[in-house]
Design a protein. Structure first.
Length: 255
């Protein structure tokens, strides 16, 4: 009797462990960090890495007061992100009837490019609403942008700002891809991001597709449909290269 109880206890523990693991993996997958999903999809495309970028912005709101408060926040951000004051560092201030703006560009201690921008509409504007944004871009393929993104979001939240995040990975293929190769790249991207197409356009040299993936926790609404992944391929005849962009929720750079 004792052996029977012991055997069934072990079996119960084993089943519980398996179920817990399945649920944990499922939850992790559904709540996956967008950059991790993009990185898997990009690696599956077979493209060579060119650049990775995270762009985070927020409305500061009229409650933020005058520009001195924005300037103080930018100075704090500069310390938070360890911006290096070398030859590449610049701090520019613009003040006219349209806008009052402070912008910092340079490199972080880890060698990533950074841009910190804060602005408030000028005297001729109907609204005094303020905005702040931070972008980090890197050429390093193994850069862990997930940690950087979380760090930036925490800095935003310290000022009661609601950060809006956009991430993008840019890569390229040598020469022009034929239809078969383009189709294979597209299938690999969508398969590895668990995404389904929402809408898209295609012409001779460009493919651009908006999609939705349940593996990415956040999304935006476009024409009543959820979108959280944007995928584009364009051939550059001058360079004889085919460029690829994979972004969440949408591509914010010109392509």
């Amino acid at each position: 009797m004792k052996k029977f109880i012991t055997k069934n206890l072990y079996l119960l523990i084993l089943i519980t462990t398996i179920l817990f693991t399945i649920v944990y993996i499922g939850l992790y997958y559904i709540e996956g960090h967008s950059f991790s999903i993009l990185k898997e999809a990009f690696n599956a495309s077979g493209a060579k890495h060119l650049n990775s970028e995270v762009y985070i912005w927020s409305r500061a709101g009229s409650w933020f007061g005058d520009f001195n408060n924005l300037e103080e926040m930018v100075d704090d951000f500069e310390k938070d992100f360890e911006v290096v004051k070398n030859d590449l560092y610049s701090k520019n201030y613009v003040n006219n009837d349209s806008v009052e703006k402070l912008e910092i560009t340079g490199l972080t201690r880890d060698g990533n490019r950074i841009n910190v921008n804060s602005q408030i509409r000028g005297a001729n504007s109907d609204s005094k609403e303020a905005y702040v944004s931070v972008s980090i871009s890197t050429d390093f393929e193994d850069c862990e942008l997930e940690e950087i993104t979380e760090s930036i979001k925490e800095s935003f939240k310290r000022y009661n700002l609601e950060p809006v995040v956009s991430t993008c990975i840019t890569g390229y293929f040598d020469e022009k891809l034929d239809y078969k190769a383009l189709n294979a790249v597209s299938e690999n991207v969508f398969k590895n991001s668990n995404a389904s197409k929402v809408n898209g356009i295609a012409d001779r040299n460009l493919i651009s597709v908006s999609a939705y993936s349940p593996a990415i926790s956040e999304s935006i609404n476009v024409d009543g449909k959820k979108v959280n992944l944007n995928f584009a391929i364009r051939y550059n005849s001058y360079e004889d290269k085919t460029y690829i962009w994979i972004a969440s929720p949408v591509i914010t750079t010109e392509y």
